[in-house]
Design a protein around this ligand. Structure first.
Ligand code: GSH
Length: 210
């Protein structure tokens, strides 16, 4: 299998963190990772559009030459494809909560975090838009409070004792905010401590560049 990706982008990073975490759990997936140079617009060129007609990364090429084009579907697929030492563990309720948390982060924080980064210090050279940045930051307050509250029971990782996709998803967005030198945590010491703890994990050290 081949994962077409680019290191800074959140959705590819989420899958790359997931793969690295599974490898830490002893699961060798042998997925070749191939960079698509999005700065040069390669993701909009015919070679990549043939993999993913939506012109986005990541794209996962399966062994039969077909593709998955949605990051969370790739993770679900890899959970099924490699059923030993999966990331989702425990009862149906525990797995449901882990999936719920990942969706909260992706849907309620991912978009505003990316937009906040661009409105603050865009790596694409867009002009700063302080008013919009403030609005995006405001929209993140409830989901950030939600996560801070979850961590108040002393759990080391977002879903509890075990790493799960929620950790990967949040870190993939935070890497982008670090790259643009923005801070979204505010006065949330538990989230800051989780961030530091997560980034010390071998998988994070291997994947995160910022
Ligand atoms: N829902 C898709 C979103 C993929 C996506 O939007 N990827 C971004 C990078 S994080 C991208 O390729 N953006 C370039 C563009 O849309 O032109 C997924 O989860 O994989």
């Amino acid at each position: 299998m081949k994962l077409y990706m680019v290191p800074l982008a959140p959705n590819p990073t989420k899958v790359m963190l997931y793969i690295a975490e599974r490898e830490e759990l002893g699961v060798q997936m042998s997925i070749e990772q191939i960079i698509v140079n999005t700065v040069k617009g390669r993701h909009k060129e015919p070679a990549h559009l043939a993999r993913n007609p939506f012109g986005t990364v990541p794209a996962l090429e399966l062994d039969d030459g077909t593709y998955l084009v949605e990051s969370l579907a790739m993770i679900d697929f890899l959970e099924d494809k490699f059923p030993e030492n999966t990331m989702y563990q425990g009862t149906a309720e525990e797995k449901g909560k882990a999936r719920d948390l990942e969706r909260v982060i992706d849907l309620r924080l991912g978009g505003p975090m990316g937009a906040f980064g661009h409105a603050t210090n865009s790596p694409l050279g867009r002009p700063p838009e302080p008013e919009k940045a403030a609005q995006y930051l405001q929209s993140m307050q409830t989901p950030l409070d939600y996560l801070e509250n979850l961590l108040s029971d002393g759990r080391p990782l977002l879903g509890g004792d075990h790493v799960n996709v929620a950790d990967c998803t949040l870190q993939s967005f935070l890497q982008f905010t670090r790259f643009v030198e923005a801070d979204v945590f505010g006065d949330r010491p538990l989230l800051r401590a989780w961030d530091k703890r997560y980034r010390e994990r071998p998988a994070a050290q291997a994947v995160l560049k910022w």
